[in-house]
Design a protein around this ligand. Structure first.
Ligand SMILES: [Zn+2]
Length: 319
């Protein structure tokens, strides 16, 4: 058997971050994914790698120093307070909170994307999936929100441009929610192209316009079906990606647009995720030397999440 060309990056710290009882963005999500990949045999065919913590200097490629320092300060405060019987959680946004493990988990999530980028650019791997939490695509340059602290994909995209001197990178986002944070960080940077599709009007109620020429937002109404999403990908995303000729593609891989995920009201299924991944992979093969780094974003119902990730990873790994 030849060595796998698809990396699988994760870290146990990613399961230590919790936002309280009943919160949908929970550690069980990663367990469900890992179980599914094990049972299906897919896990045996991937190159498993431990996510390192992201260096703060690399987070600063996408985030304001004050944002990073504020999160670190809150983490230090929580750890001190917990020893003194203080609260286990501190709220940073209406739906987003930190426990004493969040800082480490957020560094590992971003670090996974960075290490995957290094390995793919070095040619050790053709592509990679980062099975990490917290997710990233709502985190703006200055703000944690929508279950996100650092924007894993945007940090890695900037890193590929700045540290590896790539000239053009694309970000593809198929989460049910608009990736407002990625847009905030990448809009106006002509070295990056972001294409996305998301339910609208819906949280975070942005993306109905393109703030810069390097953004292609495609808002779609609730109950849009997989076939219609495929048409949009074919007619709008693919020509833009082909014209841009990215040297590397990053995927914000949220699976909450699945029809059985009650977080949103779109109607994708596993076959749609297979098809979308194949189309992205085809662009990567033609223009990007096959280079793809995909990072988990949303997906909140365990069965559909795990099956959809399996479908996605099977395409990445040619299984
Ligand atoms: Zn989402």
């Amino acid at each position: 058997m030849t060595a796998s060309k698809t990396g699988f990056f994760t870290h146990r710290d990613c399961s230590m971050h919790e936002m309280g009882p009943g919160h949908p963005e929970c550690p069980a999500r990663l367990d469900a994914i890992h179980d599914r990949l094990l049972v299906s045999g897919v896990a045996d065919l991937l190159d498993h790698r431990e996510a390192p913590p992201a260096p703060l200097a690399d987070l600063e490629l996408a985030h304001d120093r004050m944002h990073i320092a504020a999160l670190r300060g809150l983490s230090d405060w929580l750890i001190e307070e917990e020893l003194a019987g203080g609260p286990p959680l501190v709220q940073v946004d209406t739906d987003t909170s930190m426990n004493r493990h969040t800082w480490k988990a957020a560094l590992r999530s971003a670090g996974a994307a960075l290490a995957a980028t290094d390995a793919v650019i070095a040619g050790e791997l053709e592509n990679a999936f980062c099975s990490v939490r917290p997710p990233g695509h709502h985190a703006t340059r200055t703000k944690a929100m929508g279950f996100c602290f650092f924007n894993n994909v945007a940090v890695a995209a900037k890193y590929a441009l700045q540290r590896h001197n790539l000239k053009r990178v694309a970000v593809v986002d198929f989460d049910v929610h608009h990736g407002n944070g990625t847009e905030d960080i990448l809009a106006g940077d002509e070295r990056a192209l972001m294409v996305s599709i998301f339910q609208h009007p819906f949280y975070p109620y942005s993306g109905d316009q393109n703030p810069a020429p390097n953004m292609l937002n495609v808002p779609v109404p609730a109950y849009t079906k997989g076939m219609d999403v495929r048409d949009i990908v074919e007619m709008m995303w693919i020509p833009r990606l082909e014209a841009f000729k990215p040297e590397m593609i990053f995927i914000s891989a949220g699976f909450d647009a699945h029809r059985d995920d009650d977080m949103g009201q779109l109607s994708l299924n596993e076959q749609d995720y297979t098809w979308i991944t194949m189309r992205i992979k085809d662009v990567a093969r033609r223009f990007s030397g096959g280079r793809i780094v995909s990072c988990l974003e949303g997906g909140y119902v365990m069965g559909p999440l795990a099956r959809s990730v399996e479908a996605h990873v099977r395409v990445l790994a040619d299984l």
